[in-house]
Write a protein of this length. Structure first.
Length: 134
């Protein structure tokens, strides 16, 4: 049954990407809640206790790293995964400083292909902040 595994907040301002990620999340038995801005994600977070947050790097009203730090301060154990095409060392370091994870660092994973790009969606339950994993 959809949603049995808990809610996942998807913070993505590109409608097509959000729909694709939501379909994958729903298929895995989670309830997806799509937000197109940091402000909307904050509102949803207040009313739901998500098991994970899939977070875009660039949002129309705030940097994803800022939202990551806010969410991490509220719940140090929630899984936060950046969904981004960025893979350079600077971006990886910034994500880790915000105590989020990049998709390539999370396991297990499933791949969904579409022309000209690849999305990887990874969900972990009860992942610990990076400082606790060392």
């Amino acid at each position: 049954m959809p949603g049995e595994r808990g809610s996942v907040i998807i913070v993505e301002d590109t409608e097509h990407s959000a729909e694709l990620i939501a379909a994958l999340v729903d298929h895995e038995g989670f309830n997806s809640v799509v937000c197109s801005s940091a402000s909307a994600a904050r509102d949803v977070y207040r009313t739901q206790k998500p098991v994970a947050i899939l977070l875009d790097w660039v949002l129309p009203d705030a940097p994803g790293t800022e939202l990551c730090r806010e969410m991490r301060a509220k719940d140090p154990l929630v899984t936060i995964i950046f969904v981004s095409g960025r893979g350079d060392e600077m971006s990886v370091a910034r994500a880790r400083r915000g105590r989020g994870r990049l998709l390539d660092e999370a396991r297990p994973r499933r791949r969904a292909h579409r022309p000209a790009s690849t999305f990887t969606v990874s969900l972990e339950r009860g992942a610990k902040p990076d400082s606790a994993q060392s």
